[in-house]
Design a protein around this ligand. Structure first.
Ligand code: GCB
Length: 591
């Protein structure tokens, strides 16, 4: 409390103004199963303003111009409807030149009509806002979400009117305790870059639904779990017409599960067989389209539906030249088609959760997926707030994609130092992933021990599969050392070489020893696949990276703001020479 209270102006003197808004944290405890549900999209044209000084939050713009006790309209500094417009979803960096490198708060606002029908509840979903965001509806502050790659849900039933104004303050400032932290080798996009939607629901509705083959059941049992929100529901019904399944699930405390004897045709990259699944609970109904498969790890091999296989893929960022992180379905299909063209069956969606559409499309096209959370490099492993946020991002991802047969691996991070704090942090995440999901493997992309010249990361004990990033041929030129490193390592688990590669400017040709030429990159790939093919414990390979991507940390005369380790140019129009080396290797690499 100020000593002279009269001389304290909340809107200019409160240094802790953000704290007021970070209290109502959206942590995933309120949720909705929204796959395939009908929604009203709030996408389209919104007004926006780069709120460099966070004035909207300091001065409560969301309350709109106010009158004082004498009826005097206080002066205001904003006019929402006169602001510039922007497309939602999109990343602001790709919309206008002046926002290319903008880091800070961006206020998004629009109005919309709502006409009540027979629904009892309305839920707002923000598909993703990079990196944190605060939601205001009709002058009321509703909540704060931290984490730029996973969706969140808010019950807006009580706040809706016929004419509504929604405001979302989105902030992409890099802060040390954030996940990811301040330093990454990719672009710090910002914006409401996935859809904003409204769902109309009955009073009691399905909040969670999980379905999968029971691991170890000989592909003969399907387990389904339902959770409902709201009172009065004692049963839910499950139907999978093509398997002749019609089953009533009893609910107790809003939850119920069932294990059914059934032998579905198994999902695989060669036969991406999907089934329609229907769930009804009270007046609520959801439809899911999913497949059944079993992924497991034994010794140093991985198995899909009981058969050992090599995971042949490439790492990929969520990015396109025109759309930044807000990628279209066509762009996702194009990436997965490239994996197929490379004779691959696998893709590593690095380094954070990509849109949920990616896994849906992979389900249809038959591509296996590694999904990851952005626990990247020098995370503040010792901070409780960061730990909580890591757990939240992982839980939100697993909840979102549990029913996607294409997803086989959860990765809890990338290239982190082998410290005690990191071991506790990421070991805890590995345990959490297992607790939430027993149908997938847990992994992380680890560093190798440069002193001992072998795989020796304490986190490996917590993982089912060890990911290894090694850059022989680039950050370390000696391929004889790669052979030595491999020969020294005797892992007791499958290893995926999650990264290797070299930079090459598309179309730049020269000698095989000349860095940044396609020939140099080609040679690196030749050496890599030669060494990798000799090690039976290498169960998978996802070189870095499918196509060149934006990053502010790469600025030599070839790079000009792009990491050039792509097998294709950033616009995917040019296949570099290394593309064909990998394609040829994947055609012949077998168990
Ligand atoms: C890595 C990182 C990746 C970088 C890559 C590179 O090890 O995991 O994010 O982009 O190396 O190009 O150096």
């Amino acid at each position: 409390m100020a000593e002279h209270e009269g001389a304290f102006e909340e809107n200019i003197h409160n240094r802790e103004y953000r704290k007021k808004y970070t209290v109502k944290k959206i942590d995933g405890s309120f949720t909705l199963y929204d796959n395939n549900r009908k929604s009203e999209k709030l996408d389209g044209i919104w007004h926006h303003h780069a709120d460099v000084y966070d004035t909207c939050l300091r001065q409560e713009w969301f309350k709109e111009p106010r009158k004082d006790q004498e009826g005097w309209t206080l002066p205001w500094d904003w006019d929402f409807n006169e602001w510039e417009t922007i497309k939602v979803p999109s990343t602001w960096n790709t919309q206008q030149e002046q926002y290319k490198l903008y880091e800070g708060s961006m206020i998004y606002t629009r109005t919309f009509r709502y006409e009540k029908d027979d629904e009892e509840k309305v839920v707002l979903k923000v598909g993703a806002a990079y990196h944190n965001s605060m939601v205001f509806l009709n002058g009321e502050y509703l909540g704060y979400h931290e984490g730029g790659d996973t969706p969140y849900y808010l019950d807006v039933t009580e706040s809706l009117q016929e004419d509504n104004r929604i405001i979302i303050s989105v902030n992409n400032t890099r802060t040390p305790g954030r996940i990811p932290t301040i330093f990454t080798d990719w672009y710090n996009y910002g914006g409401l870059y996935r859809s904003v939607e409204l769902f109309r629901l009955p009073a009691a509705y399905i909040r969670e639904f999980r379905i999968a083959l029971v691991p170890g059941s000989g592909f003969s049992k399907i387990r389904a779990e339902v959770e409902v929100e709201g009172k009065g529901m004692e049963t839910a019904s499950l139907s999978i017409p093509e398997l002749g399944i019609e089953k009533t699930i009893s609910l107790s405390g809003g939850k119920g599960s069932v294990v059914l004897e059934s032998r579905p045709e198994l999902w695989s990259p060669e036969n991406p067989r999907l089934y329609d699944v229907h769930v009804t609970a009270g007046e609520d109904y959801i439809r899911e389209r999913t497949g059944f498969r079993e992924f497991k790890v034994e010794g140093t091999s991985v198995f899909l539906n009981g058969e050992a296989l090599k995971l042949k893929g490439v790492s990929c960022h969520e990015e396109s030249v025109p759309n930044g992180k807000s990628v279209t379905n066509e762009e996702i299909r194009e990436n997965l088609a490239l994996i197929k063209e490379l004779n691959g069956n696998f893709i590593r969606l690095a380094h954070y959760p990509h849109t949920e559409r990616a896994a849906r499309i992979a389900d249809e096209m038959g591509v296996l997926i590694w999904e990851e959370i952005p626990v990247y490099w020098a995370i503040h492993f010792e901070s409780q707030e960061t730990i909580d946020n890591g757990r939240q991002q992982l839980s939100e991802l697993i909840k979102r994609d549990y029913n996607r047969p294409s997803v086989i691996i959860w990765s809890v991070g990338n290239e982190n130092p082998d410290t005690d704090d990191r071991l506790a942090f990421m070991g805890g995440l590995a345990d959490l992933a297992r607790e939430l999901d027993d149908t997938r493997a847990v992994s992380a992309a680890c560093l190798w021990d440069q002193k001992k010249m072998k795989i020796d990361d304490r986190l490996a004990a917590k993982l089912d599969i060890v990911g290894i990033n090694e850059y022989f041929g680039w950050y370390n030129p000696h391929f004889d050392l790669l052979e030595k490193f491999f020969d020294n390592s005797h892992p007791d688990k499958p290893v995926i070489i999650t990264e290797c590669g070299a930079g090459a400017k598309a179309g730049h040709h020269g000698g095989r020893n000349e860095m940044f030429t396609e020939e140099y990159q080609e040679r690196t790939y030749e050496e890599q696949v030669r060494c990798i093919s000799k090690q039976p414990w290498i169960a998978g390979l996802t070189p870095w990276i499918l196509y060149d991507f934006r990053t502010p940390v790469r600025c030599n005369k070839f790079q000009k703001g792009y990491n050039l380790k792509g097998l294709l140019s950033a616009d995917k129009s040019h296949r570099k020479l290394a593309f064909f080396v990998l394609k040829d290797f994947f055609a012949r690499w077998t168990i």
